[in-house]
Design a protein around this ligand. Structure first.
Ligand code: NAI
Ligand code: A1CAB
Length: 283
């Protein structure tokens, strides 16, 4: 289903690169069938070409009729310009995936053709190594075969969860932004390792393996995080001392707030974009 498809990334930043890397590494789609374009940074396109074997194409040279799947990968604030730009070049049956935080399928549908095939997608940067947790929510008129195609494509870069669009904000707070929370945690753990005299590289690998191990315990066993946490925690032992410090310093609340605020920001972006559309239509 995938092997003959051509894919164009509109936007060539971090997220596009993560997806390109994962797709190319998967071997499920030939690199030369992947195209990336951006506003004007030719150097960036050349780097993507040489690193992944894909084609970097200037926007004015993009052959829209040769593309099966477009992936919108610009910042949410640039979506208006991007949709205006592509609308006259695409057909309603061409599949548009959008990875933009907060941009709803309704918004995409309102700004593209009637019956436009759209799917909202939320990957994360672990796409780079095929380990993303990616959500998909199809548009109102998107055919089942296109949802299936989207799922097959995104399974090349990790696990795919089909969710209701109303849940996209919380998914973004958990998984789209999620890797950053773990990196933040790692930065702080690393500082302590180094402060105690460990070599930074060794410390980093120790922490990474600890996180991988904990994550795999959840994936491979039918046990809750609470049970697994309790198994680590000996009465009056080292873990209890660590967890007490987390509690005393608002660790749990901080983590909850991080997810809550990221989800809230995703919702806010939707509202702001929708508002700007309304203002535009009143002009
Ligand atoms: N970075 C991440 O971890 C994740 C990002 N996203 C979403 O991915 C999108 C991109 O994020 P990043 O890659 O981090 O941003 P970035 O700033 O690294 O890249 C944005 C790219 O879009 C290009 N661009 C802007 N307007 C354009 C247009 N009209 N046509 C073609 N290209 C255009 C820019 O030149 C740049 O190459 C955002 O909407 C974000 O919400 C979603 C999930 C995770
Ligand atoms: O920070 C952002 O807005 C994007 C969306 C999810 C992860 N990065």
């Amino acid at each position: 289903m995938l092997y003959n498809k051509t894919i164009a990334f509109l936007g060539a930043g971090s997220m596009a690169e993560a997806m390109i890397s994962g797709l190319v590494k998967s071997g499920e789609i030939p690199a030369e069938q992947i195209v990336a374009t951006n506003r004007s940074n030719q150097e960036r396109l050349t780097a993507l070409e040489s690193n992944y074997g894909i084609k970097g194409v200037k926007r004015e040279n993009l052959q829209f009729d040769q593309i099966d799947i477009f992936i919108l990968a610009m910042k949410p604030k640039d979506v208006d310009n991007a949709l205006n730009d592509i609308k006259s070049h695409i057909k309603p049956n061409q599949l548009i995936l959008s990875v933009l935080a907060g941009i709803t399928t309704s918004y995409l549908e309102q700004n593209l053709h009637k019956g436009q095939q759209v799917v909202r997608v939320m990957p994360n940067t672990s796409s780079t190594i095929g380990e993303s947790a990616t959500a998909i929510s199809p548009g109102h008129e998107t055919a089942d075969e296109n949802v299936k195609l989207t799922k097959i494509l995104l399974e090349c870069i990790g696990e795919v969860y089909k969710i209701e669009e109303k849940d996209m904000d919380i998914f973004t707070g958990l998984a789209g932004s999620g890797p950053a929370y773990f990196y933040y945690l790692m930065e702080h753990m690393e500082q302590q390792g180094v402060l105690a005299g460990l070599n930074i590289e060794t410390t980093r690998q120790i922490i990474a393996q600890t996180i991988v191990g904990a994550a795999k315990m959840i994936q491979k066993q039918d046990k809750t995080p609470t049970v697994l946490r309790e198994n680590v925690t000996s009465p009056n032992g080292t873990t209890a001392a660590g967890l007490d410090a987390l509690d005393e310093n608002g660790g749990g609340i901080a983590i909850s707030k991080a997810v809550e605020h990221a989800a809230k920001r995703s919702k806010e972006i939707s509202e702001q974009i929708q508002e700007s559309l309304l203002v535009g239509s009143l002009k």
